[in-house]
Design a protein around this ligand. Structure first.
Ligand code: CTP
Length: 219
């Protein structure tokens, strides 16, 4: 139980779920993240005695026991809520944050026009929450990112570890049965500088505890 004790009393900020980027009053760009992995991590950390702030995108999940929750909608709101949650000992970026957001939100519903057979949306990059936390003056002692990959999981995940200057990257292969966004189960490969460990396939609730074991070991 030594690993579990290592998290007791620590402040842990977890982001979870998708973000919704509004196009107009009735439409948005979202993604298929259910938030289950991030909520499982928040729940497990609270069970292990951590003081947990969960920044949640739009999801249909109950707040885990003992967790402080802040609900957000867009990537920009999630950025603000996560950074407002610092200082912390650990940040786990489990949210599927939109990489792009519409340059402008239309004030009224976007209408079809006669003679137009298409619509071009102009999108701009969002700020990278994970990279901003990792580069922050009050950087948490341990910063954990996720990577959803369809191909070349190993090299893509390792590249993110270096580029975003994070301590751990938990990679999952999306687009395969029994893992990824909407599933209750998942399989992760966790990478750090000089090592890696495969976790699962297992229920996300169990993976959360195994991931936190790695966090505790590397603190
Ligand atoms: N992330 C973030 N802020 C963003 C985008 C991503 O904090 N604006 C975080 C996610 O929470 C996750 C990790 O970065 O921890 C995922 O990195 P990203 O490079 O966005 O992953 P992919 O979407 O898998 O990247 P790519 O589009 O390059 O494949």
């Amino acid at each position: 139980m030594a690993a579990a004790d290592a998290l007791a009393g620590l402040r842990i900020v977890v982001s979870a779920g998708p973000t919704y980027e509004d196009l107009d009053p009735v439409r948005f760009i979202g993604n298929r993240s259910s938030g289950k992995m991030g909520f499982a991590i928040a729940a497990a950390a609270a069970r292990r005695g951590a003081q947990v702030l969960l920044v949640a995108g739009p999801v249909a999940l109950a707040t885990p026991a003992g967790v402080q929750r802040v609900d957000v909608r867009s990537a920009a709101q999630m950025h603000d809520a996560v950074l407002a949650g610092l200082p912390a000992d650990v940040y786990v970026g489990a949210a599927a944050v939109a990489d792009f957001t519409p340059r402008q939100v239309a004030a009224g519903k976007i209408k079809k026009r006669d003679g137009e057979d298409g619509l071009t949306l102009e999108l701009v990059r969002t700020r990278d929450i994970l990279a901003d936390v990792a580069g922050h003056a009050r950087r948490p002692r341990l910063v954990v990112g996720f990577a959803a990959e369809t191909d070349s999981v190993d090299s893509n995940a390792r590249a993110k570890l270096v580029k975003k200057k994070v301590d751990l990257i938990a990679a999952n292969r999306v687009g395969v049965e029994g893992s990824g966004f909407e599933s209750d189960d998942n399989a992760l490969v966790v990478y750090w500088n000089g090592g890696e460990q495969a976790l699962g396939p297992a229920p996300k609730t169990e993976l959360a505890d195994r991931l936190l074991d790695l966090v505790a070991e590397r603190l």
